[in-house]
Design a protein around this ligand. Structure first.
Ligand code: PMP
Length: 398
């Protein structure tokens, strides 16, 4: 046999698989709610005006394309820290937080996972049940065993908070707990401020390591409000890991812009952490690509562009909320025996709709409406033109 002759075909990515089937569908009224992307009301991925303006400024500068530092563009890393922790936060002022540009949110998670594997190789990793499907695979590929903590409660369509809290109380000290900072993917169900207070308390007192994943800042209640969980954890002291992504909030998916931040106990400790994180980066891809980081840094540090971004992000957030409201109101009319009010409580791009795998199959096969088998729908893929078809299809499968 040869090197490749015994290699099995890897399973298809479940979500990208939905899109492949969707692309092959010839029904003109087909709708893909299986995606993880924000579309505007015309069904297009927006190119934000703040991004175009920043790119025009960068083009004018015509700077040479040198290598970035290992940890990325300094102006970018600074802007990320200010956004994520607050410029006046203690961890930034005291230089206890370090930030490295990463290849999207995924790259940030992988850097964190590889770093943890070097310095806490036997740690148990805990992710929410359910979670973004790549969380498990990422930490497993870094060599960890990955466990889950209870999160979603299908009977209440909310968070199984008692179950989650109990799980945190029994994890071994030093375990890494991956938490969605806002806009939980896939369920859309977030914790309340009061619940976060209890989570922070138990994570801190039990010596667990929080790893906050923030891929949707600005899609819930607003940039500031959505960032509160990260700031509250930072105030509680380190160690803390934060991965963040601008894929959605800047509509820069393919540019791969994210960052990993780590909070340590002192500036001196943080410097040692950064030196080791740079080794992880150096041996993976040496240094990050520059374009996306330049764009985001330019927008965040130029007051007019920053304001434009906040307005454009608010526009996306408001449109999603309008689609949630239209979804609930439309189903109230089309399926009065069913209650979808919970969809208004959910936040971010996604909703666990409560549709079963069988209902999702009928939606796909008979109505060309594509959702994930778990019933996850992307509310940000609904628009004023396709929602009528989606609502009547759902009413027929209920
Ligand atoms: N974390 C979560 C919870 C996500 O939903 C996503 C992307 N869908 C990511 C991380 C990864 O972000 P990126 O696309 O920037 O790699």
């Amino acid at each position: 046999s040869t090197l490749f002759s015994a290699i099995d075909m890897a399973p298809r990515d479940p979500i990208l698989g939905v899109t492949e089937t969707f692309n092959a569908d010839t029904n003109p009224s087909k709708v893909n709610l299986g995606v993880g992307v924000y579309y505007d009301d015309n069904g297009k991925v927006p190119l934000l005006a703040c991004v175009q303006k920043a790119e025009a400024l960068l083009m004018e500068k015509a700077a040479p394309r040198t290598y970035l530092p290992i940890e990325g563009l300094a102006a970018y890393d600074r802007a990320v820290q200010d956004l994520v922790f607050g410029a006046d936060s203690a961890v930034v002022r005291e230089k206890r937080a370090i930030t490295a540009q990463a290849i999207g949110g995924t790259g940030a998670l992988k850097l964190g996972a590889d770093f943890l594997k070097r310095f806490s190789p036997d740690a148990q990793i805990y992710i929410s049940d359910p979670s973004w499907e790549n969380h498990r695979a990422l930490f497993e590929s870094a060599g960890f065993q990955v466990n889950t903590y209870p999160y979603y409660d299908a009977s209440t369509r909310g968070v199984n908070f008692d179950g989650m809290l109990q799980a945190l109380q029994t994890m071994p000290a030093g375990s890494v707990v991956v938490l969605h900072a806002c806009c939980h993917n896939p369920t859309g169900a977030d914790l309340s401020d009061a619940q976060w207070t209890q989570i922070i308390e138990v994570v801190t007192t039990r010596g667990l390591i929080p790893f906050l994943d923030m891929a949707y800042q600005g899609f819930g209640e607003g940039i500031e409000a959505d960032g509160q969980v990260v700031r509250r954890f930072a105030d509680a002291g380190g160690p803390l890991f934060v991965s963040n992504s601008f894929s959605k909030s800047f509509s820069l998916y393919g540019e791969r812009v994210g960052a990993l931040s780590i909070v340590a106990a002192s500036a001196e400790e943080a410097a040692r952490v950064m030196s080791q994180l740079k080794r992880v980066i150096r041996t993976n891809y040496s240094n990050p690509p520059s374009h996306g980081g330049q764009v985001v840094a330019t927008v965040l540090s130029t007051p007019e562009l920053r304001q434009l971004w906040e307005d454009e992000l608010a526009g996306m957030r408001v449109r999603i909320r309008e689609m949630r409201a239209a979804f609930v109101a439309g189903l109230k009319e089309a399926a009065p025996n069913h209650n979808f009010d919970f969809v208004m409580q959910q936040r971010g791009m996604f909703s666990y709709s409560g549709l079963s795998k069988e209902q999702v199959t009928v939606l796909r096969e008979q109505h060309s409406v594509y959702a994930v088998d778990t019933g996850r729908i992307c509310v940000a893929a609904l628009n004023s033109k396709n929602i009528g078809h989606v609502l009547s299809a759902i009413a027929q499968v209920l």
